[in-house]
Design a protein around this ligand. Structure first.
Ligand code: NAD
Ligand code: TYD
Length: 348
């Protein structure tokens, strides 16, 4: 039985990766290590958490003794590292937490893998899941390739860039077998409703304003979360050690256009008169240091690993809205408490 440690498996993307691996690889034992911060939610895994090949471990990757003991106890064969503080706006108000989890947490995992795995041991792999935001901000043209120089510009992207560098440093210095992927913005079921798409779905449902930063002209390249999980599966199984793979949807949208589309989809599904939800759009103060445009050149993963996004955006958005409308309890549970106080502070 291969022992695979997935960190951050109770979060948005992690839960889709855990589910995929539990279902597709009964010969793997999946250990899901998660601190259960505001973004971690075990409800995301209700459907698989009784599986025989699954173990949940509550713990903090910043605690090095805990991580070292965990590795000695379980002798993991591979790590898929997703645990992170992941929201740019939170990184602007509280950068230190991002330094702790994203940098110190990653180095704790790398160090434990280095100590427990023999030099370049066959069959071992440290897979670091990262973001396209490490490459900085594009102007109107151009795409991020795997060769684009790093130019992170927010505390979040800088902390992720540092973690990417540390993974490569452990590979180069200690022969730690690794692979990295850098993905564009994800959307889909189970995303915490403080990120743009689920925040707007929740606000439309509740007739609340839809806050658009600045003029809404910033561009993001959106990928359905299950397509990211499929790409992670491909990179994990077929990726070449020491390589980086960019993952993206060839699906660029300005924020204002995406929110307008979402309004139209929601109006149809809720039986509202056309144009009702667009009236909620409210332009608010821009994010500090707001990156203008992200866009991924995914030709390497498409060519080398034969991966492609399976969903068109229209279909993905419709599936996402359906999921949020059909999962009121999930939404109510995560929008109470911590989220409410964050929301009041951010948009007051
Ligand atoms: P998320 O915020 O939804 O989930 C993060 C998970 O990590 C949560 O379950 C949380 O409890 C856990 N966690 C946080 N700090 C921890 C700690 N100290 N110890 C253990 N667990 C901890 O994030 P996400 O959107 O699912 O992103 C997952 C990964 O993918 C991150 O590394 C992120 O940088 C990367 N990524 C995200 C996107 C995106 O659009 N969301 C795009 C590209 C890459
Ligand atoms: P977000 O979902 O936070 O992802 P990221 O900052 O990692 O790209 O934001 C996506 C885009 O939407 C980004 O340009 C910021 C913008 N945005 C708003 O205009 N209003 C909001 O309330 C939020 C959360 C984001």
């Amino acid at each position: 039985m291969k022992k695979v440690l997935i960190t951050g498996g109770a979060g948005f993307i992690g839960s889709h990766v855990v589910r995929r691996f539990i279902k597709n690889y009964p010969n793997y034992h999946i250990f899901n290590l998660d601190k259960l911060t505001y973004a971690g939610n075990l409800e995301n895994l209700n459907d698989i958490d009784k599986s025989e090949n699954y173990t949940f471990i509550k713990g903090d990757i910043v605690d090095s003794d805990f991580i070292n003991n965990l590795f000695s106890e379980h002798k993991f064969d591979a790590v898929i590292h997703l645990a992170a503080e992941s929201h740019v706006d939170r990184s602007i108000t509280n950068p230190l937490e991002f330094i702790q989890t994203n940098i110190i947490g990653t180095v704790n995992l790398l160090q434990a893998a280095k100590v427990n795995w023999k030099d370049n041991e066959k069959g071992k792999l440290f897979y670091h899941v990262s973001t396209d935001e490490v490459y900085g901000s594009l102007r109107e043209t151009g795409l991020f390739t795997e060769e684009t120089s790093y130019d992170p510009r927010s505390p979040y992207s800088s902390s992720k860039a540092s973690s990417d560098h540390l993974v490569r440093a452990y590979g180069n210095t200690y022969n730690l077998p690794f692979v990295i992927s850098n993905c564009s913005n994800n959307y889909g079921p189970n995303q915490f409703p403080e990120k743009l798409i689920p925040l707007c779905i929740n606000n439309i449902k509740n007739g609340k304003p839809l806050p658009i930063y600045g003029e809404g002209k910033n561009v993001r390249d959106w990928l359905y979360v299950e397509d990211h999980a499929t790409a992670i599966d491909e990179v994990f199984h077929k990726g070449t050690q020491g390589e980086t793979y960019n993952i993206g949807g060839h699906n660029e949208w300005t924020n204002i256009d995406i929110v307008k589309s979402l309004c139209d989809v929601m109006d149809k599904k809720l039986g509202n008169e056309a144009g009702t939800s667009q009236k909620l759009i409210t332009f608010v103060k821009d994010r500090a240091g707001h990156d203008m445009r992200y866009a991924i050149d995914a030709s390497k993963i498409e060519k080398d690993l034969n991966w492609k996004p399976s969903l068109q955006f229209k279909e993905g958005l419709s599936k996402t809205v359906d999921w949020y409308l059909n999962n009121n309890q999930w939404l109510d549970n995560v929008t109470s408490g911590n989220y409410q106080s964050y929301y009041d502070k951010q948009y007051s």
